[in-house]
Design a protein around this ligand. Structure first.
Ligand code: PNS
Length: 173
């Protein structure tokens, strides 16, 4: 059985990696698909190409995991690819209501089933949004994201990290 792990992945976090790694042991093949929306263009920190590059690097060690992208309805992608199930991660109860809604809608409009893997509690408070926020102030996100995401965030906020590193070296932080 194959699964599709859809999301924005802006960028992929350790929580996503936990769900993906565990799913790769359950499914024959898992495709991580960056869903992109032309109207949301510019609302992401990373461009689509950057997110795909990060994903390729972060998943290179998982032989049955592929990376793809699609702009449109997830159910149309699922129909096109004949990929099997939708895989989503759940961190906390707060995720449940949103996930319940999209899982039901995807089944209603596309007859596609969704399966959930609970992210390890260690990652329950990690989200791409929070990671972007911490990185934008030069905070330490190295535990919260895979190395490829951490390097990309450091590049994106190079000035902030350089100023912080300089402050530390001068003993002002
Ligand atoms: O990482 P995210 O932002 O939580 O992922 C949400 C995502 C991309 C899976 C969801 O917004 C989605 O499936 N978008 C594609 C458009 C679509 O099918 N929308 C209807 C869902 S009912």
């Amino acid at each position: 059985m194959n699964a599709v792990f859809p999301g924005s992945f802006d960028p992929i976090t350790s929580g996503h990696m936990d769900v993906l790694t565990r799913a790769s042991r359950i499914f024959d093949h898992v495709t991580v698909t960056v869903m992109h929306n032309a109207r949301k263009q510019g609302k992401h920190l990373f461009t689509l190409d950057e997110r795909l590059a990060i994903l390729h690097e972060a998943t290179a060690h998982l032989p049955n995991v592929g990376v793809d992208t699609f702009g449109g309805l997830l159910v149309d992608y699922m129909a096109q690819q004949q990929q099997g199930l939708i895989l989503r991660g759940l961190r906390a109860v707060s995720d449940y209501e949103y996930e319940l809604q999209i899982a039901h809608l995807n089944r209603q409009i596309g007859e596609v089933e969704t399966v959930f893997i609970m992210a390890a509690t260690r990652w329950s408070f990690v989200s791409s949004t929070m990671v972007r926020e911490i990185a934008s102030y030069g905070g330490d996100i190295s535990e919260m994201v895979p190395r490829a995401s951490a390097a990309a965030l450091r590049r994106k906020f190079a000035d902030v990290y350089a100023a912080r590193d300089a402050g530390r070296a001068a003993g002002t932080e």
